[in-house]
Design a protein. Structure first.
Lengths: 115, 111
């Protein structure tokens, strides 16, 4: 499986500011995804990060709030913009490599607290 | 109806017992099924994937799939306290598609 790292691992931010989360993979992968896990909840997909084109957002998530970049096959960023306390969550990057299986592996996550 | 449903638990079993975790899904065209384990404060880690009807065994873990009943289960034999975690069932339609997660079942294995 791929080795996935995320930065920062955690942060405490003020309301109204923005935070960019980075996801780095040690090998080229076809698919990269961003999930949110709110306290005590399961995982919800925010968007699929597409290499070289705009991300594909799920219902309830918009590009202005969660802009995503994916400049190459090993790296992606998620920005949480104009944050409010409701954005306090764990943000997780996941990847799926091309091949015989369609398994997704998760990064360690970024724990965000908005005051 | 939620797309993927699990009993939230907590499910408590004694050490050495079999833990049975269940999951149902609503999308009949789903092709791939996964069980992830998530320890508190950690990210999900894959335990099992299953694609065909029947059983798939890996060590102490057995995944069972019944597409006709739209039902997936995970059995953990000889449960250990280290198995105490939240178990997430996830379903996807096709390769490259998105994972749909259930709410997770919290498992507690008592020494």
């Amino acid at each position: 499986s791929a080795v996935i790292s995320q930065k920062p691992s955690r942060d405490i931010c003020q309301r109204g500011t923005s935070l960019t989360i980075q996801c780095q993979v040690d090998s080229q992968v076809t698919m990269m995804f961003w999930y949110r896990q709110q306290p005590g909840q399961s995982l919800t997909l925010i968007a699929t990060a597409n290499q070289g084109s705009e991300a594909t957002y799920e219902s309830g998530f918009v590009i202005d709030k969660f802009p995503i970049s994916r400049p190459n096959l090993t790296f992606s960023t998620l920005t949480v913009s104009n944050m409010s306390p409701e954005d306090s969550s764990i943000y997780l990057c996941s990847v799926e490599a091309a091949g015989l299986t369609d398994t997704q592996y998760f990064g360690p996550g970024t724990r965000l607290t908005v005051l | 109806q939620k797309e993927v449903e699990q009993n939230s638990g907590p499910l408590s079993v004694p050490e050495g017992a079999i833990a049975s975790l269940n999951c149902t899904y609503s999308d009949r065209v789903s092709q791939s099924f996964f069980w992830y384990r998530q320890y508190s404060g950690k990210s999900p880690e894959l335990i099992m994937s299953i694609y065909s009807n029947g059983d798939k065994e890996d060590g102490r873990f057995t995944a069972q799939l019944n597409k006709a009943s739209q039902y997936v289960s995970l059995l953990i034999r000889d449960s250990q306290p280290s198995d105490s975690a939240t178990y997430l069932c996830a379903v996807k339609r096709n390769q490259g598609g998105k994972l749909i997660f259930g709410q997770g079942t919290e498992l507690s294995v008592k020494p």
